[in-house]
Design a protein around this ligand. Structure first.
Ligand code: CA
Length: 711
């Protein structure tokens, strides 16, 4: 009956055909009733290595699997077991969960899929039907990093700010709450976490201008239990009546100056990824984001630490009460978030077993922080970050490089807002004692935006962004490409030193998984999925895909057989805004892939057909140099963050140089101004652009298209 239903759905065009393993694999029987998964079970998850119960594998979020059937001796026999195709080529950042034989994975636009973990057969799917307009509020693609599983329910946060509880047995929604004000440019891309009968969720939006907070909802009912704002509200207004009131009044308020942060949307500090429950100390850790707007001079008169931006906050999970904080980047001005993965471990430090947080945030320092107190025990650079010399462990503060704040002159930072390490998960192996960081160097020229004017609902960085033309000379372009570096870095957190590294061709590679098989798995932007020996970095296995991997794999076992699974699909902040300097790219739909020893499934041929460029002649336009310059400026401001610097799209969103509408002025206006493609996430810009400006953009893009003809 299920097979018949599947056939009907395929005939109706409602599902892409996934689960293409061998027919023999279709015999596995998925469970009909999800078993009880509560705080106690997740807290003991390391005793059940067959499962992947929570975002980081266990509450400690080490992303270490004790499974060793796949190991350094046989990983060369690893092959594709099955794959499942998603219905979108937008970015795939999900870490799947595997609970009792069922995989729960999300795709772009906050869609949830339940699959048979042995075969990839679809059991159910849930589409929260996020309106396309919400895509405009997402700085960094309409991605989703995964679900939480708790007491028979699956929880997902949606791009438009909802938290939804689904029945794990069938995907039926049980409750849904709006966690954000829909009139504000908030989004949710992070995975919820669940513990102690609560679901914890944050949000994003600091590039636009919002006030960050984290919320706890009752897992059974969806009722709000508590909320903690990460930055102060209006000092002249009443308190929020939230768990954060006391800490904001006594510690944070005095570290903010002027009212600009209120006028510019709320100061930022959004908690958009790491929210981790510590079952050993009964504390909740939250990583907070960058300031809004970026530039400290505009945000806070260039004064004050601006608590609790770019910090790790420890809260009481029951009440949200403040326990401690550690601010990694005081007076943040570089988009240096501290939202990156928070990993909990017990390390031998100075002969003492010490409960610590391992943290590799954007700013390039690797921090070992005492969990009980929030005191930094050590902090060293894991990439060459030039904004600060060192961290003074007595004060916990960085010793900044003169000029790094670009108050009078631009500053070329070796680590920009893309981060030395972004959301891509890292892993920690208790066997090797090493942390495996998807590290990168993406330099950024910080310059004050002298013309900054706050525009509600739009990007409000107050820092120059994509508004200086790229050099045309080939050698200059080669230099830009060479400056973009990515590497797999094995880091010894006790010695605070590199153990080994593998250089990659590009940044923005996938997160990592460490296993007891002495293996580290990582997918790359070069369309390969790889395994390395965990203790020395020796490359052991590589599998060619048709798409980039940007997220981290998981390990699980069904019926005694170990699998490694990972989602593939390029996207996220950097690929949207980057210039594809080596020619146009095509991105196929994302998919989830599962591997096992001897797996023999094959991927179908890749069949995305390139569209031809639309030239000035076809567009019927002859723009003057001044009009082209005006078109470039409009593109930089309104379009480049999603369609690529100078329209050199990396292929996640359409390459506008090949948009058929370029040849049709009326259709172009209907899309660009009237928003006829809003359902797909391309909102209308009427009110932001007029018909003359839309035409300037059309001319600029058709001119850019001529580069493709020359290629
Ligand atoms: Ca940011």
């Amino acid at each position: 009956m299920e097979r018949r239903a599947l056939i009907l759905l395929v005939l109706a065009g409602a599902v892409s055909v996934g689960g293409c393993g061998t027919p023999l694999e279709q015999t596995a029987v998925p469970p009909t009733q999800p078993s009880v998964t509560d705080t106690a079970r997740i807290a003991a998850a390391d005793g059940e290595p067959d499962q992947w119960l929570t975002h980081g594998g266990t509450y400690l979020e080490q992303r270490f699997s004790a499974l060793d059937a796949i190991n350094e001796g046989n990983v060369s026999e690893l092959g594709l077991a099955w794959f499942f195709d998603f219905d979108t080529h937008r970015g795939q950042e999900s870490t799947p969960l595997m609970v009792d034989g069922v995989i729960y994975v999300t795709s772009a636009w906050s869609k949830v899929f339940a699959l048979d973990a042995a075969t990839g057969r679809e059991l159910w799917r849930f589409d929260p039907e996020v309106p396309g307009e919400a895509g405009y509020d997402a700085c960094c693609d309409v991605v989703n990093r995964g679900v939480a599983f708790y007491e028979g329910k699956v929880f997902v946060g949606t791009i438009d700010g909802r938290l939804i509880a689904l029945d794990a047995a069938n995907g039926e929604p049980l409750w849904s709450v709006a966690t954000t004000d829909p009139s504000q440019p908030y989004t949710i891309t992070g995975a919820p976490r669940a513990a102690k009968g609560k679901v914890f969720i944050g949000n994003g939006g600091a590039e636009y201008g919002v006030r960050g907070y984290v919320s706890a909802y009752d897992a059974a009912t969806g009722e709000l239990d508590w909320r903690f704002y990460t930055v102060p509200g209006d000092p002249d207004g009443p308190p929020d009546g939230a768990a954060s009131d006391e800490a904001l009044a006594s510690q944070a308020a005095a570290t903010w100056h002027g009212r600009a942060y209120l006028d510019y949307g709320g100061g930022g500090g959004t908690a958009w990824d790491a929210i981790v429950y510590d079952p050993e100390l009964d504390q909740l850790y939250v990583g907070t984001g960058n300031g809004s707007p970026w530039n400290h001079v505009y945000r806070s008169e260039g004064r004050g630490d601006n608590l609790f931006l770019s910090s790790i906050l420890a809260l009481d999970p029951d009440t949200g009460a403040y326990l401690w904080h550690y601010q990694e980047t005081p007076g943040e001005t570089w988009d240096y978030t501290a939202t990156q993965q928070i990993t909990l471990a017990t390390l031998d430090i100075g002969g003492q077993p010490t409960q610590v947080i391992l943290h590799a945030p954007k700013n390039g320092f690797f921090y070992v922080i005492e969990r009980r107190t929030g005191r930094p025990l050590s902090a060293e650079k894991f990439v060459p970050a030039n904004w600060a010399e060192r961290i003074d462990l007595n004060t916990g503060r960085p010793q900044e490089t003169p000029g790094a704040r670009f108050e009078t002159e631009p500053f070329l930072a070796t680590v920009g807002g893309t981060g030395a390490h972004n959301w891509q998960p890292m892993s920690f192996s208790p066997l090797t004692g090493l942390v495996y960081i998807p590290a990168q160097q993406v330099p950024f020229l910080y310059a004050k935006d002298e013309k900054f004017a706050y525009r509600p609902g739009e990007w409000n960085l107050s820092v120059s962004f994509n508004d200086v033309p790229l050099p045309v000379a080939p050698e200059a372009r080669e230099a830009i490409k060479a400056s973009l570096q990515g590497r797999l870095l094995a880091w010894d957190p006790v010695a605070q030193a590199e153990a080994w590294r593998v250089e990659h061709e590009a940044p923005w590679n996938g997160g990592t998984l460490a296993t007891a098989g002495n293996l580290v798995f990582q997918g790359l932007t070069d369309h390969s999925f790889r395994a390395y020996r965990a203790d020395d970095g020796e490359p052991l296995w590589s599998y060619a895909l048709q798409n980039a991997i940007i997220t981290a794999p998981i390990a699980y076992a069904v019926g005694g057989e170990q699998f490694i699974a990972v989602t593939a699909g390029n996207g996220g902040g950097l690929p949207l805004s980057l210039a594809a300097l080596d020619g146009p790219k095509l991105t196929p739909n994302g998919r989830l892939l599962a591997f096992r020893l001897g797996g023999a499934a094959r991927l179908p041929p890749f069949a995305v057909v390139a569209r031809p460029p639309v030239t000035l002649a076809q567009a019927g336009l002859t723009p003057s140099p001044a009009e082209l310059e005006a078109g470039f400026a409009l593109f930089a401001r309104h379009c480049s963050a999603c369609h690529g610097t100078e329209a050199l799209s990396t292929g996640v969103l359409p390459d506008l140089r090949t948009a058929p509408a370029l040849a049709d002025a009326a259709l172009w206006r209907a899309i660009v101004l009237d928003g006829v493609m809003t359902a797909k996430g391309m909102v209308g810009f009427a009110g932001k652009l007029d018909a003359t400006e839309a035409e300037l953009l059309r001319g600029y893009l058709a001119k850019q298209a001529e580069r493709l003809v020359m290629n």
